[in-house]
Design a protein around this ligand. Structure first.
Ligand code: F6P
Length: 342
């Protein structure tokens, strides 16, 4: 058995731990393992290198991905799909293990159906892949957010300010809600629950005037809709139809609106790619290891066309097709829990 392994889409801490786990388990089965460099674009360009026990030694704690990554939608160009199939075939790859988020896994389902057998592993700090409770990288991102909020609390309270923290989250608010819950945010704004800036201001006013608070931390997901803050021009979408949401500057614009309607000092910051950098947390290392080993086991058992997923505390296979093109919104129970504290 010869397996390929690829990481696609946005990087997250924990990818290397998963690559190591797939490799170690695969080697124990006697497999040959080839690393595909730079995601789907790399496979279309035939960028590959052997992965050995030595190449995955000491990488568990490293953020990023030793394989490199890219965001290219090869399904938009059948010539690229043909190249991918041809290159995998001529390298002798029997099964490709793909680590990806919603976009990469949608491509994986298409490529599997086009003839290259695939086993998938969910990773994204957005945690919005269907069929799994958690994706690799989400816990680390929430930990970064919670640590940032801890630091912001001390400075916000000393200066009696409002601080608006913008976090990633294109179409779902998992990181904002869970990171905000852990970091004690006072107001959380997510794509699933659109709000107006006027409403945000009246909540802050209520905190200051009715509850005697002297500061507030507001966390906003980059993709959250704020009805009375119309978006600037965001340019052309990428191959997947995604706009550059960092260009929305929603946190900065909300800060200005708060300053305009309330007599408080307000500051804003964007956590950005800090949420995807650095070492993975223990949770992400263990999740990545469990999912990586399970992916190699699925290959061994012939369960191609499936994604390994965490459901409760079990790792289970789910059909890749049921995951493709889907987005998992924030579980309303977490929203109810978080809003108890707002
Ligand atoms: O990986 C998904 C994501 O984290 C989104 O929340 C965010 O919009 C996007 O990545 C930004 O990534 P990049 O700047 O690397 O394209």
């Amino acid at each position: 058995m010869h397996i390929g392994i690829m990481t696609g889409g946005g990087d997250v801490p924990g990818l290397n731990a998963a690559v190591r786990a797939v490799t170690r388990r695969g080697l124990s089965y006697g497999y040959t393992i080839t690393g595909i460099l730079n995601g789907w674009a790399g496979l279309a360009e035939n960028e590959m290198r052997p992965v050995t026990d030595e190449s995955v030694s000491g990488i568990m704690h490293l953020g990023g991905t030793i394989l490199g990554t890219s965001r290219v939608n090869i399904l938009k160009d059948q010539a690229l799909v043909k190249e991918v199939l041809k290159n995998a075939r001529s390298a002798g790859i029997d099964v490709l293990v793909v680590l990806g988020g919603t976009d990469t896994l949608t491509i994986a389902a298409g490529v599997h159906e086009a003839g290259l057998p695939i086993v998938a592993i969910p990773k994204t700090m957005d945690n919005n892949v269907c069929g799994t409770d958690y994706c690799i990288g989400f816990d680390t991102a929430c930990t970064v957010i919670a640590e940032a909020l801890d630091r912001l609390h001390t400075t916000a309270s000393s200066h009696h300010r409002v601080i608006v923290v913008e976090v990633m989250g294109r179409n779902t608010g998992w990181a904002a809600a869970i990171g905000g819950l852990a970091g004690g945010a006072d107001i959380v704004i997510i794509p699933e629950r659109p709000i107006s800036a006027a409403d945000v201001c009246s909540r802050i006013h209520h905190r200051f005037e009715e509850r005697g608070k002297a500061f507030s931390i507001v966390i906003v997901a980059e993709g959250a809709g704020i009805s009375d803050l119309p978006d600037p021009d965001l340019g052309e979408p990428d191959d997947f139809g995604n706009l550059r949401l960092d260009r929305r500057n929603v946190g900065k614009r909300l800060q200005r609106q708060i300053e305009a309607c309330l007599d408080v000092e307000c500051r804003s910051l964007v956590l950005g790619h800090l949420q995807r950098g650095g070492s993975p947390t223990v949770f992400d290392r263990v999740l990545a290891t469990r999912l990586g080993v399970a992916a190699a086991d699925l290959v061994e058992q012939g369960w191609v066309g499936h994604m390994v997923a965490l459901q409760g505390n079990r790792i289970v296979p789910v059909p890749l097709r049921s995951v493709a093109g889907q987005v998992k919104q924030l579980d309303p129970e977490f929203w109810e829990l978080a809003t108890i504290f707002y």
